[in-house]
Design a protein around this ligand. Structure first.
Ligand code: HEC
Ligand code: HEC
Length: 225
């Protein structure tokens, strides 16, 4: 196809906190959709990830963060065994990375199913597609009140007041991300298998009890209701 459509995806996301201006660079949708077929095998066709947390949600995340992580995978600074065959310059050139990350960032996942319009004929297929896309994190067991308090003290300065992330800091959204995926990352950070934000973070994260982490995950799981 030689269509040269360039999508101007200026998304002025009035985020949950409403503060940050969030611009998604333009991308070539043909190239992006072709690459997406690879990613969809694990992350889902809407980049929604899997509720068991095996595969993270990518949809709506900061394109610069997504790109940064892919570069970490390529350089093996962040180990991701399932992605090794895909995260190299041959499979995914720097230009491909720009296209796919902007595309994935522009995908919006509804947090609730739309109300059924009784005046229209019921379309089971459309309803099924919508349900696949819908992402609302199930309430995680823990004490959300205590979790929120700790979150505000320890995490909000980078991950945002409601866990929506801060694009400028390359700190990803935690709200809307699958709880078990987040828990796995916390475990990796504690073991020093994933770099968080500073060299001292492995120790810092070990200093939070499992209960405190569960409480934070519980609080986050209420933020997308
Ligand atoms: C074979 C399965 C598989 C395929 C295909 C795959 N991924 Fe992944 N991806 C994973 C797994 C597993 C993780 C989580 C790794 C971990 O636990 O740290 C991940 C994590 C990521 C992350 C980090 C997310 C975060 O929140 O930090 C990004 C970005 C990503 N993948 C992008 C992509 C893109 C873009 C494609 C398509 C080119 C792709 N992946 C294809 C399995 C896959
Ligand atoms: C000083 C800034 C800062 C603070 C404070 C902070 N984070 Fe982060 N966090 C980051 C950055 C930056 C990343 C992305 C690291 C990377 O590039 O892989 C991150 C990544 C994460 C991830 C991985 C998310 C994903 O999608 O893969 C988790 C989980 C996380 N942080 C949890 C927390 C929790 C819980 C707290 C509070 C106890 C916290 N962070 C406090 C900056 C911060």
């Amino acid at each position: 196809m030689n269509k040269t459509i360039v999508v101007w995806a200026f998304v002025f996301a009035v985020s949950l906190a409403g503060a940050e201006e969030r611009l998604i660079p333009d991308f070539d949708p043909d190239i992006a959709e072709e690459i997406m077929e690879i990613c969809a095998g694990c992350h889902g066709i809407y980049a929604q990830g899997t509720p068991d947390g095996e595969y993270p949600r990518l949809a709506g995340l900061n394109p610069a963060y997504l790109e940064h992580e892919i570069i970490l995978f390529k350089t093996r600074k962040r180990i991701n065994i399932p992605m090794i065959p895909y995260a190299n310059d041959h499979e995914l050139s720097p230009e491909d990375v720009k296209n796919i990350t902007a595309y994935i960032s522009s995908i919006k996942l509804p947090r609730h199913m739309s109300k059924l319009d009784k005046s229209k004929e019921f379309d089971p297929l459309a309803r099924l597609e919508e349900s696949k896309k819908m992402t609302n994190i199930p309430h995680y067991p823990g004490d959300p009140k205590a979790g929120g308090k700790l979150y505000r003290q320890e995490c909000a300065s980078c991950h945002g007041r409601k866990g929506e992330g801060k694009w400028k800091k390359l700190a990803p959204a935690l709200t809307g991300q699958h709880s078990n995926y987040l828990l796995r990352q916390v475990k990796k950070i504690r073991k020093g298998k994933r770099f968080h934000d500073s060299e001292d973070d492995a120790e810092l994260f070990r200093s939070y009890t499992d209960e405190e982490i569960a409480n934070i995950l519980a609080w986050l799981s209420y933020q997308d209701d």
